[in-house]
Design a protein around this ligand. Structure first.
Ligand code: ZN
Ligand code: ZN
Length: 140
């Protein structure tokens, strides 16, 4: 069975030919996390699987994964420093304020809002990035 970790490692390998245990540990942590993680959180969790992991390899792996669009940045109060496995196609992010769990959802009903903003500002709107926060069903 090909796991999501294997799939990601294959893609990473096609960029620079390297698959290391360190990388596998980093990828494993992100793939299995239901919530966004900062590089340091990823480092701490992945170090349990791979003792000699360096923080620099975490940053390098994140950079590659972001280039490949396998992960996405999540906006938080401290900045956009946390990462989550990316959704498929155009999806929006829903974040629980209590447990931190992230859920991706489809759907855009934003056309009327955008055309109003367009008229008010004179902007031609080409793209958007939407993140919604609240309290999830389990935390309510
Ligand atoms: Zn929650
Ligand atoms: Zn959208």
């Amino acid at each position: 069975m090909v796991t999501r970790t294997d799939h990601w490692l294959e893609k990473l390998k096609s960029t620079d030919g390297r698959v290391t245990d360190a990388r596998r540990a980093v990828v494993d942590v992100i793939v299995s996390s239901p919530r966004p993680l900062t590089p340091v959180e990823i480092f701490d969790a992945a170090r349990k699987k791979h003792l000699h992991l360096g923080l620099v390899s975490v940053y390098r792996t994140l950079e590659k994964l972001e280039e490949l669009r396998l992960i996405q940045r999540v906006h938080q109060e401290q900045g956009c420093q946390a990462f989550l496995r990316a959704g498929v196609g155009h999806q929006h992010l829903l974040l629980c304020e209590r447990c931190g769990q992230a859920v991706l959802f489809d759907g855009d009903d934003l056309e009327s809002l955008f055309s109003r903003i367009s008229q008010q500002t004179g902007f031609e709107i080409k793209d958007h990035w939407l993140q919604v926060s609240g309290v999830c069903a389990e935390c309510k």
